[in-house]
Design a binder for this molecule. Sequence first.
Ligand code: 5GP
Length: 210
Amino acid sequence: MSSNKDGIMLILSSPSGAGKTTLVKLLSKKKNFHISVSHTTRKPRINEVQDQDYHFINNEEFEDLIKKNEFLEYAKVFNHLYGTTKTPVINNLKNGKNVIFDIDWQGTEQIKNKNLQYKLITFFVLPPSKEVLFDRLSNRDMKDKLIVEERMQQFEKDILHWKNYDYVVINDNLQNCFNQICDLIDSATNNSKNQYDKKLILNHVEKLTS
Ligand code: 5GP
């Protein structure tokens, strides 16, 4: 049974480039969420730090963790393996710390299906438009046009999973989006009413997919 002292789990997913990583960092700083650091077989980007942004490991090491049943969830994303190990997450939750996950829809489904005893709130973050997404991805991976194209194509597939999340938010302004997420977390944890506008989201998704 979950107790009031247990931490809660917060998942943020989004198509690549919607600004989710910045939101995760803000939530960690301002709302005291502990960030779950994933393992990945992807190579570090220039500004990424080992064991801070990811635990960067090779395929063999990843397969070994799978064999040892260490993962709470894992998935293949853009041809690389990504996964969340169980032990640090469960230890933090048991010690009353809230944990935030920056994972994709496949990992979210796996965690939902585990029906853990801890409260779980899931968010899907959308970009304001396809043009903004393209600009954000181009600025990040300027050198590699192929990566940008691949991620724009993946966007079309990823966005279809928005329906499986508790809340969908539009990241058109970082501070507004952050405030909205905080309000929704507060109302979800207090079981109080919120201002969530599903119709607005539906219209926005239609615009992004048309
Ligand atoms: P990136 O390579 O841009 O850091 O991440 C690519 C995608 O992998 C993002 O959508 C991110 O949320 C997802 N991701 C990162 N870590 C994990 C993880 O541990 N598990 C799963 N399922 N997805 C992850």
